[in-house]
Design a protein around this ligand. Structure first.
Ligand code: NAD
Length: 441
C-alpha cells in the first residue's frame, strides 16, 4: 500500500485518485477549489463520469480516500505525488505549464521524506526534466525527490473503466528506483506496463493523441470528397474497417473532434516541432481540416436558408461527445454563437451539458437571438424550423425519423454525427444533411 497524493481533481486527477484507492492505496486528493472539495466530501462528483460517484462513496467510507485544499499535509509524508493539473493551450498553441510549476513549487516547499513525483498531465517533451530541476532548486528539506512521467490515456465518458482496465500503462523514468516504485504502485491493476525514458513517455502521449486526431481528420477529409464524387463515407469506412492494419475505431466522419485533449495536443506538438525548426505537416493538416469541419453544417444551412433570424432552431447535444459534461472545444460552442448572431431562437437539449453551457450562454436573450434549455427533445423539436445534431447521445439516437417529420414545422435536419440512415430519413420525409453522404432534399 502506497501513500499517494494527487494534485488536481479534474477528469484525470480525480479518476486516478479514486482508482488508486480502489486497488488499496491510501489517497489524498488535493485541489484549490473549495467548492469542489465540499462536493466530493459529501460523495458528489464535480464531473460527470460513469461509475465515478459510486467508487468515490465506497472508498471514502472505507477511509481510503480523502479530499483537501491543504496541500502541505497531503504532500509532506506522501510516498508518491501524482500531478494531474491542467496544461491548457496558450495563444501561440504552446502548453501553459504554470499550473504544473505551481504544484512543483508547493511540493518542493513541503515534502519531508523521499518521494516520487509523477507527472500525469500531458506536457511537452523535456518538461519532466525541468520539473525535477525546479523542485531540486526550491527543495526545503534534505530528501530525495525524483520525477517520473506517467501520461494518461483515459477517454472522457469511460474514464473509470479505461483506468481500471487500461490497455497499457506508460511509465517514463530515469532510475531503477523510480521505475520500481511506479511498477509497484500499478501492480494491483494487472495491466501491461511499458517502461521507457521520460522523454519517450512524454512523446508517446502526444504521438498517440495526434495519431487519433489525424485519423479523424483524414476520415473527415475523405468524407468531404465523398460528397463531391457521390460516394458514401459510412460505406467507405465499413469497407476500410475490416482491414486489420487500419482497424475499425475512429473511422466515423462528423463535425470534427473536440474536447480538452486532441485540439490542444495537436497544436502543442506542432509548436514543439516549430521550436525545433521542424514542420510537422501531417499534424498541421489535421488541425486545418478540423477547424473547417466544425462549421461545415452551419455553412451548408446558410446556403439553404435565407436567414436564421426569428427561426426556431433545435440543437440536440452540446457536449463534445456523449457520456461527459465537458464542453471544451465542443462543436456547439462554435455553432451556437453563429446562430445567435443571425437572430436564431435556439432550443437546446443536452442530458448533462446544459448547465455548463448556460454558464457561457445564459438562458434568455443572447445578442440578436435567444436560447432556451429544454429537458426533453420533443420540446426542442416542436414547431422548429431547423434542427442541428452536435452530440450523439443515446437519447438523441433514440429519436425516430418520424418524430422530426411529425413535430417540426419544417423537417430540416443537419446531423453532425451521421446518426441516421439516409434512406430512413428519406422514407420519413425529412430533409436531411449529414457528413460525407448524399443529402435528402
Ligand atoms: P481539469 O481542468 O479537468 O482539472 C484540473 C484540476 O486541477 C482543476 O480541478 C484545478 O482546480 C486543479 N488545480 C489547478 N492548480 C492546482 C494546484 N496548484 N493544486 C491542486 N489542484 C490544482 O483537467 P483534466 O481534464 O483532468 O486534465 C489534466 C491533464 O491531463 C491535462 O494535461 C490534460 O491534457 C491531461 N489529460 C486529460 C485527459 C482528459 O480526457 N481530460 C486525458 C488524458 C490526459
Amino acid at each position: 500500500m502506497y501513500k499517494i497524493a494527487v494534485a488536481g481533481t479534474g477528469y484525470v486527477g480525480l479518476v486516478a485518485g479514486v482508482c488508486f484507492a480502489e486497488i488499496g492505496h491510501q489517497v489524498t486528493c488535493v485541489d484549490l477549489d473549495e467548492r469542489k472539495l465540499e462536493l466530493m466530501k459529501s460523495g458528489v462528483s464535480p464531473i460527470y463520469e460513469a461509475d465515478l460517484e459510486e467508487l468515490m462513496q465506497k472508498n471514502y467510507s472505507a477511509g481510503r480516500i480523502d479530499y483537501t485544499t491543504d496541500y502541505k499535509s497531503a504532500y509532506k509524508n506522501a510516498d508518491a505525488i501524482f500531478i494531474g493539473v491542467g496544461t491548457p493551450e496558450q495563444h501561440d498553441g504552446s502548453a501553459n505549464l504554470s499550473y504544473i510549476a505551481t504544484v512543483a513549487r508547493q511540493i518542493a516547499e513541503t515534502v519531508e521524506k523521499d518521494c516520487l513525483v509523477v507527472v500525469k498531465s500531458t506536457v511537452p517533451v523535456g518538461t519532466n526534466d525541468k520539473v525535477e530541476q525546479f523542485i531540486q532548486d526550491f527543495l526545503l528539506h534534505d530528501v530525495k525527490i525524483e520525477v517520473a512521467s506517467n501520461p494518461e490515456f483515459l477517454a472522457q465518458g469511460s474514464a473509470v473503466h479505461d483506468t481500471l482496465h487500461a490497455e497499457r500503462v506508460v511509465i517514463g523514468t530515469e532510475s531503477e528506483w523510480a521505475e520500481e516504485q511506479l511498477t509497484k504502485i500499478y501492480e494491483p491493476f494487472h495491466i501491461p506496463i511499458v517502461s521507457v525514458n521520460r522523454r519517450s513517455a512524454e512523446m508517446i502521449k502526444y504521438a498517440s493523441n495526434d495519431f487519433l486526431a489525424l485519423k479523424i481528420s483524414y476520415m473527415n477529409d475523405i468524407a468531404n470528397l465523398c460528397e463531391l464524387v457521390g460516394a458514401d463515407i459510412q460505406d467507405v469506412a465499413r469497407g476500410m474497417s475490416f482491414d486489420q492494419r487500419i482497424g475499425s475505431k475512429f473511422l466515423n466522419a462528423g463535425i470534427g473532434y473536440g474536447g480538452s485533449c486532441f485540439p490542444k495536443d495537436t497544436k502543442a506538438l506542432e509548436y514543439i516541432a516549430k521550436q525545433n525548426h521542424y514542420e510537422l505537416k501531417t499534424v498541421k493538416a489535421a488541425i486545418d481540416v478540423n477547424k473547417e469541419q466544425k462549421t461545415l453544417l452551419y455553412k451548408k444551412a446558410c446556403r439553404r436558408l435565407i436567414t436564421f433570424n426569428g427561426l426556431k432552431v433545435a440543437v440536440l447535444g452540446l457536449t463534445f461527445k456523449p457520456g461527459t459534461d465537458d464542453l471544451r472545444e465542443a462543436a456547439s460552442l462554435e455553432n451556437v454563437p453563429l446562430l445567435i448572431e443571425q437572430g436564431a431562437n435556439i432550443y437546446a437539449y443536452d442530458p448533462v451539458g446544459a448547465k455548463n453551457f448556460a454558464k457561457i450562454h445564459p438562458e434568455g436573450e443572447n445578442g440578436n437571438g435567444t436560447i432556451t434549455y429544454v429537458s426533453d427533445i420533443e420540446q426542442a423539436l416542436a414547431g422548429a424550423n431547423v434542427c442541428f445534431i452536435f452530440t450523439e447521445w443515446g437519447e438523441v439516437k433514440a429519436v425516430t425519423p418520424e418524430l422530426y417529420k411529425r413535430l417540426m414545422r419544417t423537417p430540416l435536419v443537419y446531423d453532425g454525427r451521421n446518426i441516421y440512415g439516409v434512406e430512413d430519413m428519406q422514407v420519413a420525409g425529412v430533409e436531411y444533411h449529414s457528413v460525407g453522404r448524399r443529402p435528402v432534399v
